[in-house]
Design a protein around this ligand. Structure first.
Ligand code: AMP
Ligand code: ZN
Length: 113
């Protein structure tokens, strides 16, 4: 298995874990783009958002709930935060194991770059 985030799930590569349970893992992004930049991933390998099947709907909804809970714990929920899931090359996706970016702690610009 060559997937970077699967290796993080298996603890073969270290990460700064923020939250973990049997279905998801959340950890700090190694190259943060905001004061708070956390990645929420499913433990199950899904390569891109295009590969999300109807069986995964509950899991992906749960990823959003986990991100919301982390935003509340980090006191950025009321101020606002951004959730991003890139898909394929032009979006900038570099790791092909789906992840929700949770950005917060600064004003987010729109449109995104
Ligand atoms: P994306 O460009 O949407 O595929 O996002 C991949 C993210 O993974 C980037 O923000 C990277 O900084 C982050 N990343 C890559 N390697 C690691 C790592 N070992 N630990 C934590 N975050 C990582
Ligand atoms: Zn993977």
């Amino acid at each position: 298995m060559s997937c970077l985030f699967c290796k993080i799930v298996e603890k073969k590569i270290p990460s700064k874990i923020v939250y973990e349970d049997e279905r998801v893992l959340a950890f700090e992004d190694i190259n943060p783009q905001a004061p708070i930049h956390i990645l929420v991933i499913p433990k199950k390998h899904i390569s891109t958002s295009l590969e999300i099947k109807s069986d995964d709907n509950e899991l992906v909804g749960y990823m959003v709930q986990v991100a919301n809970n982390i935003a509340k714990e980090k006191n950025i929920a009321e101020r606002g935060f951004r959730l991003v899931m890139n898909c394929n090359r032009e979006s900038g996706q570099t790791v092909f194991h789906i992840h929700l970016h949770l950005f917060g702690g600064r004003i987010m610009h729109w449109p995104p770059g």
